[in-house]
Ligand binder design. Structure first.
Ligand code: NAP
Ligand code: ZN
Length: 347
């Protein structure tokens, strides 16, 4: 076994704290990565707090991982020692079902293995990226370009692909009016991709203080959703709303902002679920859809697209000892726009 160290929650009631644990040895198809940076996703907070379902504790969160390959198994073909590498939200899947074969491993019919808070196919709990090292089968390791800031690349592994994938799937681009609901980690990446794909992008936000930053990210318009006048001005105008909100929100109010035949795409996962009136849809043949992260081929495509177009996340680098206060700020919507842990601070 390989000795690893990290930060773990021992229960939903306790803060993250240093924890030493074991990872499996490097198998013939595995890559071992020294973790350099790990992004802080709101899903980390949802999961250590058991917002969605009872978690597996101790829990080492983190699924926006960038690092360097330090060892490879004998049969590994795509990576060699010294390569830069990324790992996102999944570390395994059956690889045989129709979804896996189509490169949609996130929708594996047997269930994908999550990077943490999951059970590996060997039945052993998985531990995530708030740690010094990780061992992952090579099919789930991504190539990362050294052209861009590595720290600012880390959030692409979840926030990036989770917003890139639905925008690609629904072919959002030139001629479309896209609203990004919630300007946090996912939301700010959605703005960057929406703009890069040629859509007219409006940010719908509860935080008036984010207007300037939204415009700097390329957003064409900024709407404060608590202002009835601003909301009235965009009612019935959007082809798509990409909903990244992490907490309970008024779906009927937002559905009114869609055009006829518009689509509201949920990527945020509030603990309370989402609810709306059927009238909010049938009044304009509207759709509510959802999208989960993205498959491995599309994640690589997204990373390559970002390298080519100079797209990274806007980050605030933190010391791992400050993770609890970073969570508190994230809960208040006070993130500009992704915390990234500098793993050199893990002693
Ligand atoms: P985040 O950085 O905390 O951003 C969420 C943003 O939502 C906040 O910054 C805030 O933006 C807005 N917001 C918060 N509470 C709100 C409320 N009550 N009403 C309206 N807006 C509110 O979180 P994140 O990391 O981007 O994650 C967002 C959600 O996506 C989480 O639920 C996360 O678990 C989920 N997620 C899903 C996937 C997937 O595969 N589908 C992948 C990753 C994450 P404003 O200040 O602009 O209002
Ligand atoms: Zn995430």
């Amino acid at each position: 076994m390989i000795q690893a160290k990290g930060y773990a929650a021992q229960s939903p009631e306790t803060d993250l704290a240093p924890w030493n644990f074991e990872r499996r040895d490097v198998g013939p198809h595995d890559v071992q990565i020294e973790i350099l940076y790990c992004g802080v996703c709101h899903s980390d907070l949802h999961q250590i707090k058991n917002d969605w379902f009872p978690g597996i504790f101790p829990m080492v969160p983190g699924h926006e991982i960038v690092g360097r390959v330090i060892r490879t198994g004998d049969h590994v073909k795509k990576f060699k020692t010294g390569d830069l590498a990324g790992v996102g939200c999944m570390v395994d899947s059956c690889q045989e079902c129709e979804n896996c074969k189509a490169g949609l491993e996130q929708y594996c019919l047997e269930g994908n293995t999550q990077t943490y808070n999951g059970l590996g196919r060997d039945g052993v709990p998985t531990y995530g990226g708030y740690s010094n090292t990780i061992i992952v089968r090579e099919e789930f390791v991504l190539h990362v370009s050294g052209k861009l800031s590595l720290a600012a690349t880390a959030p692409l592994l979840c926030a990036g692909i989770t917003t890139y994938s639905p925008l690609r799937h629904w072919k959002v681009g030139k001629g479309h009016k896209l609203a990004v609901l919630g300007l946090g980690g996912l939301g700010h990446m959605a703005v960057k991709f929406g703009v890069a794909f040629g859509a007219e992008v409006t940010v719908l936000s509860t935080s008036p203080s984010k207007e300037e930053a939204a415009k700097a990210l390329g957003a064409h318009r900024f709407v404060v959703t608590s202002d009835p006048e601003q909301l009235a001005a965009v009612t019935g105008t959007f082809d798509f709303i990409l909903d990244t909100v992490s907490a309970k929100h008024d779906m009927d109010m937002y559905l009114a902002l869609l055009k006829t035949d518009g689509t509201h795409i949920c990527v945020g996962v509030p603990a309370e679920g989402i609810a709306f009136q059927a009238f909010s849809l049938l009044g304009g043949r509207k759709s509510v859809a959802g999208s989960g992260i993205g498959g491995i081929p599309e994640t690589q495509e997204m990373l390559d697209f970002c390298a080519e177009h100079n797209i990274v996340s806007e980050i605030e680098m933190i010391d791992i000892n400050d993770i609890t206060s970073a969570y508190e700020r994230m809960l208040k919507g006070d993130v500009r726009y992704r915390f990234v842990i500098d793993m050199a601070t893990l002693k």
